[in-house]
Design a protein around this ligand. Structure first.
Ligand code: Z5A
Length: 211
């Protein structure tokens, strides 16, 4: 099972992934948590370039770097883990590219979606949690931390990213669960726990009764 988390900076992905992975381990599940960009030696090098290089990147170079990091992670780690039956939890996946490079950087959406398709080669999340927070909360939570390259993109960029996420969630209500990220950590985790429990039960039923 592949579970992904999405949302703008500081929306609480890392916090919820920590809680979910601890719970999964507690109930005896084999679970792997990964982040994008990252998760392989090569993808971590690309992450460093994307977030910290002093070079000015064009939106297109940014897009291709995210996709290169993604394909490396998918082919080397995500696919083999899913094939073994491991539950993979990803901090960001291709919805981030649609939101940030498509809606945020204004690269043609059909081009972004086609690039995503190449990078994921058929690997799709079973469920995606979109933690929806306004920009003000993102700024409050990242309080005084040094900003990376993408975080310095400005308010109008982030407003477009937020609207992009809302649109993506509207287009795929079956896969994407939108949660008000301003709720408490505990309230958010309750919603996530219930949804994952349902997914696991459905999966077990499918194993017992494949038809
Ligand atoms: N990016 C892209 O442009 N295109 C792509 O295709 C991909 C990524 C894959 C990666 O940054 C950047 O790359 C990201 C998008 C871009 N840039 N931006 N902007 P990253 O991985 O370094 O960081 P991040 O994913 O954006 O976010 P983060 O800093 O890791 O935040 P988070 O994981 O969402 O939040 P958190 O660490 O769980 O929580 C932040 C703080 O809030 C922390 O102090 C918590 O204790 C607190 N918190 C969490 N939940 C709550 C609640 N519910 N109430 C109150 N306080 C809370």
């Amino acid at each position: 099972m592949l579970i992904t988390f999405e949302g703008i900076d500081g929306c609480g992905k890392t916090t919820q992934i920590g809680l979910l992975s601890a719970l999964m381990k507690e109930i005896g599940k084999d679970v792997l948590t990964l982040r994008e960009p990252g998760g392989t030696e090569f993808s971590e090098k690309i992450r460093d370039l994307l977030l910290h290089s002093k070079d000015r990147l064009t939106p297109q170079s940014e897009l291709f770097l995210f996709e290169s990091a993604r394909t490396d992670l998918v082919e080397k780690v995500v696919k083999p883990s899913l094939e073994k039956g491991t539950i993979v939890i990803l901090d960001r996946f291709y919805d981030s590219t649609t939101a940030y490079q498509g809606y945020g950087r204004l690269i043609d959406l059909s081009f972004v979606k086609a690039s995503n398709e190449i990078a994921i080669s058929g690997v799709k999340p079973d469920v995606t949690f979109f933690l929806d927070i306004p920009l003000e909360i993102s700024y409050e939570r990242s309080n005084h931390r040094e900003l990376d390259k993408i975080e310095k993109s400005g308010d109008s960029f982030f407003h477009r990213v937020i609207e992009g996420y809302k649109q993506i969630a509207k287009e795929e209500p079956e896969r994407i669960v939108s949660i008000d990220g301003a709720k408490t950590k505990e309230e958010i985790f309750e919603i996530i726990k219930e949804k994952v429990k349902c997914k696991l039960q459905n999966e077990e039923l499918k194993i017992i009764n494949p038809n």
